[in-house]
Design a protein. Structure first.
Length: 166
């Protein structure tokens, strides 16, 4: 692992690393970058490191299929006199998914790449990786608490599946 040129301030990243898109949903970190965690010290993400930048594409799929399902269920409800509660419910799920996507898309690229690296290398237990992710969101990226909570829900809900994979 390459040593960073200078140690960042506590709770901060040392730089915005160069990233390049390798496929529709995959990115590659092309420069080494570091985060100075107040608990664990300096954590360095090597280059090249693959990442999908927060794994939020499923929210787009929830929106897409929620809309399709709402339209289909709405048509069946109208044609067969069924209650309209289910189409309304699926439309609300689709709306929530796209609002969540809009709230976090484009934010937190450094912390997402670092978190993906930490999950893949298993240097720390999953819970510790998620705590570092929270600290990167709040101090490293400077995200508002509500936006950091939305990001943090991802590892809480789906981290068990992703830890140690890819």
């Amino acid at each position: 692992m390459a040593v960073p040129e200078l140690i960042p301030e506590v709770g901060k990243f040392d730089r915005y690393p160069l990233m390049r898109q390798t496929s529709r949903w995959e990115w590659e970190v092309a420069e080494v970058f570091s985060f100075h965690d107040p608990v664990l010290g300096v954590i360095t993400c090597p280059a090249p490191t693959r990442t999908d930048l927060a794994t939020i594409r499923f929210l787009r799929e929830v929106f897409r299929w929620g809309c399709i399902l709402a339209l289909v269920l709405g048509a069946f409800s109208a044609a067969f006199g069924l209650p309209v509660l289910l189409p309304i419910f699926t439309a609300l799920i689709a709306l929530v998914a796209i609002l969540l996507y809009a709230a976090i898309a484009g934010y937190g690229n450094r912390m997402s790449a670092m978190h993906d690296y930490l999950y893949r290398c298993r240097r720390f237990p999953q819970e510790v990786c998620d705590q570092v992710f929270w600290r990167m969101a709040r101090t490293g990226e400077g995200l508002a608490r509500w936006r950091a909570v939305i990001f943090y829900l991802g590892p809480l809900l789906g981290g068990w599946y992703r830890y140690g994979r890819r």
